[in-house]
Design a protein around this ligand. Structure first.
Ligand SMILES: C[S@@+](CC[C@H](N)C(=O)[O-])C[C@H]1O[C@@H](n2cnc3c(N)ncnc32)[C@H](O)[C@@H]1O
Ligand code: SF4
Length: 482
């Protein structure tokens, strides 16, 4: 915990109580004391909860009435439930290498490559990244060698991949010559299907003409640009570079020069955001003819600058579900009203015939993801892995149940859930439990039933991650505790 946070706690607890707390911490250590105090000290719990925002979302509520008290804002919240129920076995690097020497199964395959650096840190962000200091030569060479290493495995070279996704951090933070080196190594070592998707996440200030030309030359065909808001108020709050007019100008230039699809990310519900601002964001997306936009409601993550500002009192976030709903609906309505854009996923709207977002489709339809780079995680068949550092990775064997539940959580990210796809994952007993709980949601008008599918209503889309978690929990409760 940093000094800013300690100051915030001191202010809220008062000097006397704060002194007692710090004495205890000195004696028994931070983790032990906080662990105990958070259970008994209501005031402290409130402060930490505010700072850590959606940590509340991790608490499981017993009865289904509570399912919709707190809105889950991302799929991480809804799929996190799996860890509570299903054990994973730690396995070794050798087990993973064995898998790498086998032929892949017949599923969509993705490579996720991570760049854990940014040259400027956004207020809301606690992603796996750090402030860039010094040269990225070493990390670029490391990625090159990782692609070379993986290219030699049978799992990789026996069949082309469907998708490559470079995420971050900021994978365009490299100098042009470093970026070229990395992309050259990708194309040399990895085969891609003819209708492949190759995405880089980027910010507007990290691209120039030289880098765009390199992206074109090496066949990158999709850019995911972190915009977050076009309004000056929003951009300032999120600590994004450029004002509204410059960011619009730069997207136009990017669309002219880049050969592939340009998509953006939006975060709504920042403090003080009005309906007109979220509607304006949607209008600009249409005017710029962008392939798609994600739209997440602002989450307060532990470790972000925002969470620290909340603790020290310089920013106040009032959870207001009605306002969040209004902003959500206004954005969706504005973007989808002409019929050109449609909800592709719970938090993604795409233009018809344009961004097909194969990355998320592959992942959510049970495909494999081979993670490359520090901070990258994925799953190859039944092996989950996460690269903690250049030298160290963590491998686990995911059980049958873990995988089927993960697949079901993936299917629940789409506005239309095809019955056949669910039947392919679940056995009869599990499918019966699934339909029983689905019926409850149909009665609540969150879903409708068609002959071969279920569709989320607009209420259902807003509450989609709660529905997903509710379903998983219901099935797991009845399978494992019933
Ligand atoms: C993996 S991140 C992309 C990071 C990339 N460097 C960028 O700036 O676009 C994907 C998106 O998740 C969303 N996101 C990240 N943190 C968030 C938060 N605290 N609240 C809401 N959305 C968030 C943002 O829209 C972000 O662009
Ligand atoms: S949102 Fe993206 S650019 Fe901003 S700090 Fe996080 S990873 Fe970096």
């Amino acid at each position: 915990m940093n000094s800013k946070m300690m100051e915030g706690i001191k202010k809220a607890l008062g000097k006397e109580e704060f002194d007692i707390l710090t004495k205890k911490i000195k004696k028994d250590g931070m983790m032990k004391v906080l662990g105990k105090e958070l259970i008994v000290n209501k005031k402290l719990k409130e402060i930490m909860t505010l700072a850590h925002g959606n940590k509340q979302e991790k608490t499981l509520k017993k009865d289904s009435e509570d399912e919709f008290k707190i809105r889950l804002k991302s799929h991480h919240n809804s799929s996190g439930i799996l860890d509570k129920y299903i054990k994973k076995n730690k396995i070794t690097k050798e087990d993973f290498e064995k898998k790498m020497n086998e032929l892949p199964k017949d599923v969509p395959r993705v490579i996720y490559a991570h760049t854990p650096y940014c040259d400027k840190i956004c207020s809301f962000c606690n992603l796996n990244r750090e402030q860039l200091r010094g040269s990225l030569d070493e990390y670029a060479d490391y990625l090159v060698s990782e692609f070379e290493k993986y290219g030699k495995y049978k799992y990789v070279n026996s069949k082309p991949f469907n998708v490559i996704f470079f995420g971050g951090g900021t994978p365009t933070v490299y100098k042009a010559y470093q970026l070229e080196k990395i992309l050259k190594s990708v194309r040399k070592n990895i085969d891609l299907v003819h209708d492949y998707e190759f995405t880089l996440e980027t910010t507007l200030h990290n691209l120039d003409d030289e880098k765009i030309e390199i992206l074109n030359r090496y066949g990158v065909n999709r850019l995911s640009v972190g915009i977050q808001s076009f309004s000056n108020k929003g951009r300032k709050f999120y600590n994004r570079t450029y004002e509204r007019s410059e960011s619009i100008k730069r997207i136009k230039e990017l669309k002219d020069k880049f050969n592939g699809e340009v998509c953006i990310d939006i975060i709504y519900n920042y403090p003080g955001q009005g309906i007109e601002e979220v509607v304006e964001d949607a209008k600009i997306i249409k005017e710029l003819d962008l392939g798609s936009s994600s739209f997440y409601s602002l989450m307060v993550h532990e470790g972000s600058e925002l969470s620290k500002d909340i603790v020290d009192g310089s920013v106040k976030i009032l959870e207001d579900l009605k306002k969040e709903r209004k902003l959500h609906d206004a954005f969706v309505k504005e973007l989808t009203s002409t019929g050109e854009y449609y909800p592709l996923e719970l938090t993604k709207i795409a233009k018809k015939g344009r961004d097909s977002y194969q990355y998320i489709k592959a992942r959510n339809n049970g495909g494999d993801t081979l993670p490359i780079g520090v901070g990258a995680g994925g799953r190859v068949d039944n092996i989950g892995l996460f690269n903690i550092s250049k030298e160290l990775s963590f491998f686990i064997e995911k059980s049958h149940y873990y995988i089927i539940f993960e697949k079901l959580a993936g299917l629940m990210q789409f506005p239309v859930i095809e019955k056949n796809k669910v039947k392919n994952i679940l056995n009869d007993k599990e499918y019966n439990l699934f339909t029983k709980k689905i019926r409850e949601y149909i009665d609540k008008k969150l879903l409708t039933e068609e002959k071969s599918s279920y569709s989320l209503t607009s209420d259902g889309i807003f509450w989609g991650n709660n529905i997903s978690k509710g379903l998983l929990k219901y099935i797991a409760d009845n399978l494992f505790e019933g």
